[in-house]
Write a new protein. Structure first.
Length: 266
């Protein structure tokens, strides 16, 4: 089934119940990881393949048993690729989502990269997040990747939706939970656009991975990371980008309302 999600940011999600300890850990990680980003964005349509979750709620199926896609795995150094595959399997995380996040966070695969906000290493984790997930030194690739896999497992159990998982990984869970959707932050929207484009294997993402300029997190003493893409459009389908339909003007005071679910037109 495919449905069009007409949203004020991104689709609603079905949050899985978590044990109390996991909820506390997720909350702590969100506070540690969240950072202020750029200005708000206009409304966006998102078209993604959906599956029915508990109670019929729409969720996007995460391919935890899917093999790594060659286009995402081949550019990764072999030593890191082995750790990624092992960590994804151990933590029951979709390896292709992990690879999409790695490419978006640190396209240079620099284990010592530090962003202006203080995120460290291959998967760009905040130090407090890394410590909470058992990483003593985030510049060590194995520790960084395994901590990131644990974090992504927590986010996947909570959101069951790659758009929201990537949003929370980048901007922190409180910002996602506040709207039950993608935060209207320019840098986060650009980041999620790239992650989901790579994850879904859209035509534009394939061109990006071959030719578009990618900017890894700034290494020690380097310049701040720049925007990694120029398009802020979050429109994807199985076959490639889908152009948005014209939208009527929103009634006054409607910004921030929950998403409306509409059946895909034949």
């Amino acid at each position: 089934m495919k449905m069009r999600l007409r949203t004020f940011g991104c689709p609603n999600f079905s949050a899985a119940a978590l044990p109390c300890g996991a909820v506390l850990l997720v909350s702590m990680l969100s506070v540690a990881a969240g950072q202020e980003r750029g200005p708000s964005l206009p409304l966006t349509d998102v078209a993604l393949p959906l599956a029915a979750g508990p109670g019929g709620s729409p969720v996007i199926s995460l391919g935890v048993d899917a093999p790594p896609r060659p286009d995402l795995l081949a550019p990764v150094p072999e030593d890191y690729a082995r750790i990624l595959i092992d960590a994804a399997r151990h933590e029951r995380v979709d390896i292709n989502l992990m690879l999409a996040i790695l490419h978006s966070e640190n396209a240079a695969f620099d284990p010592a990269a530090i962003s202006p906000a203080g995120a460290v290493g291959l998967m760009q984790l905040m130090p407090a997040t890394g410590r909470a997930l058992g990483a003593a030194d985030l510049t060590v690739p194995a520790q960084n990747i395994r901590a990131a896999a644990r974090f992504l497992h927590i986010l996947a159990e909570k959101y069951r939706n790659p758009v929201l998982i990537a949003s929370a990984y980048h901007a922190g869970e409180p910002r996602v939970d506040a709207r039950a959707s993608l935060p209207l932050i320019r840098e986060t929207a650009a980041y999620v656009t790239r992650v989901i484009g790579l994850y879904t294997g859209t035509n534009q993402a394939q061109r990006d991975i071959r030719s578009a300029p990618w900017h890894a997190a700034a290494p020690r003493g380097g310049s701040p990371r720049r925007d990694r893409i120029s398009s802020l459009m979050l429109i994807y389908s199985d076959g490639g980008p889908v152009m948005p339909e014209p939208q009527p003007a929103l009634p006054a005071g409607s910004a921030g309302l929950p998403a409306r679910m509409l059946k895909e037109k034949p």
